[in-house]
Design a protein around this ligand. Structure first.
Ligand code: ADP
Ligand code: MG
Length: 679
């Protein structure tokens, strides 16, 4: 292993400069180089035109009809075009900036082109020309590279390095696991990632390496959990059961079965001397706030304090209002702290918090500031927890006195994912909506139909109901978001005023402005609210029964679902209108799925299948671990097996001392940190 830990610059032919290029790819040592696996393989299988969907990458074979034509334009830019006859049709093939391919493309010859299919233009944008001999068209590993190093250079370097050092690649898994699952030995698997003899061999190699990653990851997580529970004893909160029951009686409705179940789970955690570390998952509108209120009440009934942290001011306001509602008539004292809290008010509030005068504090990131000191913070609740970084969550927890922690999320993470990402937490799920909800009716329309929908909406508004209009999210620029929203706002104003009032809400507004607009909307002084996605989480205006989402295909399914959850919160029939003209088949499919189900779990599963976990939560803030080989969605079954094995192993107290697990312990100490999971 020591030899594999040498820097790549110790290899022949790798100087300081090349070493730097490799470093930029994350390759520091020889081991890193040997395990720098391809990020994908072009599974180069020929397809026929009717099997391909729009924007799909494929290999098409055909006969070149005439010599290609090359045009030069701009600075060093070129376009090469030729016509190719496939078995079904004649299509255009275009290569950009690869005019040198001209010599390889000869009239009347057969050719195989790898490229991206444009379904509307019925044309292929070429990426690569392949040899047409059957055996050569199969399987080509693709590595992430930079401008400074070519695929071929990297592959050659891996090959010579492998020949010299490959045998030293250590086995990380114990024999008993390898035998049990008939896994490929580590060094053979690593080799077959780069230079597979067959697709099947490569598949088995991936399976083996994914298993190893998942297994080490789960084992490490479980180990951390064990350490945490043993050093942080938590405390037993023996709340007043009678008072709590009495409080639940005063609620304006009966808790759903699912709410009762999770309340019991949480209350058991509070009573238990162990530390609570629980994730409460519940679809939008499932009633998580009440559950939080019950937990807070329990803690306060024992003279302790609670905190509820949420990602936005609007949401904080909203939570404060709901909690004030349910705590009315009780002795629970509650306050709000955000960055807009006025200085004098803030001073008083902090004093009351430190003296224990105040029982519950609701707020945004402001809660984790140094000056915020609790007398006896025993329950920390974090809503929309994936919006906060690990450190922010930790800072709030550390303000507590061995505080119990409850995370809440409306993002319906599939079970396996939740366990993977938050393996160290217990999970409670509210899988039932309050009775009497009428399912939201979802329609997908084209942009040209918008005005007829506005006419239809007129009737809804006349009956006293309200509507949201959500504007597309333009990722590159918040300014464009605002511009877009403003245009839509102007159009609606023209359409509806003076009969109905239209308001605009966007992320560039000051908190006070946003608040003023929200208040008007809540009080039905404004009937239509045009908004960017700032309203995404948590707002509750039961009288708003229609939501129209512009350019809906720009949103992920999970996000559309969150947005849609803003309507259908009362007893009236509700509607969600998706305005979109998606170009790809996948885009159309996504709109269709939205009209077919309102089940957040089904949608999130679909979203994962169609977009991959990175995109699932939008951007990289998901907090989901990334693996080198394993894919938590596609390799779900492997993940589950690895989890079960890890849990079984760690349940025995002597596992680490057993000689058969020696390699594993070593790998866990040396290798499990090599990835970014535990940052
Ligand atoms: P979310 O889980 O999205 O945070 P909320 O807590 O905001 O959901 O609840 C959504 C709405 O449902 C609120 O208006 C709340 O008062 C109502 N609600 C919650 N629980 C019940 C219940 N058991 N029966 C009827 N209505 C309920
Ligand atoms: Mg909520």
């Amino acid at each position: 292993m020591d030899e594999l830990n040498q820097l790549v610059t110790s290899l022949k032919g790798v100087g300081a400069k090349r070493g730097e290029v490799l470093n930029s790819l994350g390759i520091r040592t020889i081991y890193d180089l040997l395990t720098y696996y391809p990020f994908r393989y072009d599974d180069i299988q020929e397809k026929s035109l009717d099997e391909i969907s729009d924007q799909e990458k494929v290999v098409l074979k055909g006969v070149v009809l005439a010599e290609p034509v090359v045009n030069f334009y701009g600075f060093k830019k070129s376009r090469l075009i030729f016509r190719m006859m496939t078995e079904q049709a004649v299509i255009n093939v275009t290569f950009f900036n690869q005019h040198f391919l001209k010599s390889k493309i000869n009239a009347s010859e057969e050719i195989a082109v790898y490229g991206k299919w444009d379904g509307r233009r019925k044309a292929l944008t070429g990426m690569k020309i392949l040899a047409t001999q059957e055996e050569e068209i199969d399987f080509s590993p693709i590595y992430h590279v930079t401008k400074s190093i070519r695929q071929k250079t990297l592959v050659d370097l891996i090959k010579v390095t492998w020949d010299e050092y490959g045998e030293l690649m250590p086995e990380n898994l114990p024999d008993w696991l390898i035998e049990k699952y008939r896994l490929m030995p580590k060094n053979r698997a690593a080799y077959a990632m780069h230079f597979p003899d067959s697709i099947e061999e490569n598949r088995l190699a991936r399976r083996r390496l994914a298993f190893e990653e998942f297994f080490l990851f789960q084992l490490k997580m479980l180990q951390l959990k064990q350490q945490e529970t043993s050093k942080d004893l938590g405390k037993s909160i023996l709340y007043d059961v009678k008072a709590l029951k009495g409080f639940i009686q005063t609620l304006p409705f009966e808790l759903t079965g699912a709410q009762k179940r999770v309340v019991n789970e949480i209350c058991a955690d509070l009573r238990s001397p162990e530390h609570m570390h629980r994730l409460l998952q519940g679809d939008v509108g499932s009633g998580k706030t009440i559950v939080a209120a019950v937990a807070l009440f329990a803690v306060v009934s024992e003279g302790m304090q609670g905190a509820l942290m949420v990602p936005t001011e609007i949401l904080a306001e909203q939570h404060l209002e709901s909690l004030q509602g349910v705590f009315e008539g009780t002795s629970v004292k509650i306050a709000l702290l955000t960055s807009s809290t006025k200085t004098a008010e803030r001073r008083q509030l902090l004093a009351d918090l430190a003296s224990g005068e105040l029982d519950v504090l609701v707020g945004t990131h402001s809660l984790i500031q140094d000056e915020v000191i609790f007398k006896d913070l025993s329950l920390v609740i974090i809503d929309e927890q994936h919006r906060f970084g690990v450190n922010q969550r930790k800072m709030l927890r550390e303000k507590g006195n061995q505080a119990d922690v409850l995370f809440m999320t409306a993002t319906p993470i599939p079970r396996t994912l939740a366990i993977t990402a938050y393996g160290e937490m217990d999970v409670s799920v509210i899988d039932e909506l309050p009775a009497g909800r009428i399912p939201i009716e979802t329609r997908w329309i084209l942009p040209k139909q918008v005005d007829s929908v506005l006419t239809w909406l007129n009737k809804q508004l006349k009956q006293g109901q309200q509507a949201y209009v959500i504007c597309p999210l333009i990722e590159e620029s918040e300014l464009l978001d605002v511009k877009n929203a403003t245009e839509i706002y102007e159009h609606l104003k023209e359409f509806y005023e003076p009969h109905f009032s239209v308001g605009l809400l966007h992320g560039k507004m000051k908190p006070q402005e946003k608040e003023a607009i929200m208040t008007q909307f809540k009080d039905n002084k404004m009937q239509i609210l045009v908004s960017t996605t700032v309203i995404e989480v948590g707002v509750n205006v039961p009288n708003a029964t229609t939501m129209m989402i512009m350019d809906a295909d720009r949103f992920g399914l999970a996000q559309l679902h969150q947005l849609r959850g803003r309507v259908g919160r009362g007893s009236l029939a509700s509607y969600c209108i998706l305005v979109a003209s998606p170009k790809s088949d996948q885009g159309k499919e996504r709109m269709k799925i939205m009209t077919e189900t309102t089940d957040g779990f089904v949608l999130s599963q679909k979203d994962l299948e169609m977009r991959g976990p990175g995109d699932f939560f939008g951007s990289k803030q998901s907090g989901l671990p990334e693996f080198k080989v394993g894919d938590i969605v596609a390799d779900e079954a492997i993940l589950e097996t690895a989890r079960v094995e890890a849990a079984q192993l760690i349940a025995s107290s002597e596992w680490a001392a057993q000689p058969e697990n020696e390699k594993l312990v070593k790998a866990l100490n040396e290798r499990a940190e090599e990835s970014k999971y535990f940052d």
